[in-house]
Ligand binder design. Structure first.
Ligand SMILES: [Zn+2]
Length: 146
């Protein structure tokens, strides 16, 4: 390896980092035409630089998506959607249950069965919500959106 090759490596770094002057770029081009080992090394540098640039831009895109997903508006919208859906479902279920339970034409066994089913479901929901509230602060994946 000659001292010109050492000099060429320094020019390569500058070219890769867009810090090379026009005359350094020209000198490097001239050297690469006559030195295969430096030309191969420069091709490797370029490839590595391309790969890391693409990696960085895809990471930036993920960061933008995460910022949108975890934004205040998105969180409020999600909470509101859950609240409205849950409240609507609860209202319909309760209304239907009361309607059936008060209907004298429905056999008593069915009404008792429906009461038990409703109470059991309510207990399941309460237990699930309590469990979720207890464990959520310790969930290692709570900040993972996708
Ligand atoms: Zn060389």
């Amino acid at each position: 390896m000659s001292s010109t090759c050492d000099q060429a490596k320094e020019w390569m770094m500058r070219v890769i980092d867009h810090q090379a002057s026009a005359e350094h770029r020209q000198a490097l081009d001239t050297h690469l035409q006559s030195c295969q080992s430096c030309a191969a090394e420069f091709a490797d540098f370029r490839h590595t630089k391309d790969v890391t640039d693409r990696m960085r831009s895809s990471m930036e895109f993920d960061a933008i998506l995460d910022a949108i997903e975890s934004g205040v508006l998105a969180r409020v919208q999600r909470s509101l959607a859950w609240l409205l859906s849950g409240a609507g479902l609860m209202l319909i279920v309760c209304w239907s249950l009361v309607d059936v339970l008060l209907d004298e034409s429905v056999p008593m066994a069915i009404r008792i069965g429906i009461s038990m089913l409703g109470t059991g479901s309510l207990l399941f929901i309460i237990e699930t919500v309590r469990w979720r509230r207890r464990t959520a602060p310790h969930d290692p994946y709570r900040s993972v959106i996708r």
